[in-house]
Design a protein around this ligand. Structure first.
Ligand code: OAD
Length: 237
């Protein structure tokens, strides 16, 4: 007699700045958000980099120092527990490494990673950053100035295709802490199959159109996500 083991259901989680807010990392578009203080065009575009490298490096050095001083919160940790039962894939817009530090295994970063630097002549040359700063004069092995490994506004999002594929194969889909206004990332929700149950956790009202089987949980991530995770772990599917 053989016991047939069901394959695990694929659970895909799409996260944004809101999941790290309670770890002390500022979001972009809340009332105290980063884009209230800084002008996107001056710190987060290829043009900004051409115009003032020191300013751009300084902006991301500060972001990096904040991330290094932050720790995963209850929401990041709850997602790790889901791996007990599900084949979990996280697609994040966040540049912090709090999902990895919490212990999540499969994490796709759409907008880059703050703890890495990249060559400005060959985008495939990516390095871990020693310490917390990239300085003017820090170079890649081919001698070019290093830049943050971040996807800026106006640049391609190389991980998008793979992320669409992951979303399209989701049995369950969870969205946490994103305003869903930055494209192409936000468009990922449209790739999730109609029949797939979807959950959206955010303390503020989020405009989503045309998404079938969606349950909106109006809570902070640290409250709403552990509750949802417990429910999903206790259902008999
Ligand atoms: P936003 O700042 O646009 O949105 C943050 C979302 O998190 C909002 O919907 C908030 O209501 C929600 N939020 C705030 N506190 C929360 C909490 N405690 N728990 C759960 N949700 C909370 O951030 P993103 O949608 O991630 O890109 O922004 C998308 C992209 O725009 C970022 O990846 C970044 C930014 O410019 C680049 O820099 C390329």
């Amino acid at each position: 007699m053989s016991m047939s083991k069901q394959p695990k259901q694929k659970l895909v989680v799409f996260t944004g700045a809101g999941i790290s807010a309670e770890s002390g990392i500022r979001t972009f578009r809340d009332s105290d958000g980063l884009w209230e203080e800084f002008n996107i065009s001056e710190v987060a575009t290829p043009e900004a980099w051409q115009k003032n490298k020191a300013l751009v490096l300084g902006f991301y050095n500060k972001r990096r120092q904040q991330v290094l001083n932050a720790s995963p919160n209850a929401a990041h940790k709850a997602l790790v527990k889901l791996e007990l039962k599900y084949d979990v894939h996280i697609i994040t817009q966040n540049i912090d490494d709090l999902h990895e530090r919490a212990g999540s295994k499969n994490v796709i970063h759409l907008h880059g990673e703050i703890n890495k630097s990249r060559s400005t002549v060959d985008e495939n040359l990516v390095y871990p950053i020693k310490g917390d700063t990239i300085k003017l004069g820090d170079t890649c092995e081919r001698g070019s100035q290093l830049r943050p490994h971040i996807v800026w506004f106006g640049e391609m999002v190389p991980m998008m295709e793979i992320a669409y594929e992951v979303a399209a194969s989701a049995d369950i889909f969870i969205v946490v802490g994103t305003s869903l206004v930055v494209y192409p990332a936000a468009g990922i929700v449209d790739y999730v199959p109609t029949a797939t149950p979807k959950y959206l956790i955010d303390p503020h009202e989020i405009q989503v159109h045309g998404l079938a089987n969606l349950k909106f949980i109006k809570e902070k991530a640290s409250i709403g996500l552990p509750q949802l995770v417990n429910e999903l772990l206790n259902t008999s599917n």
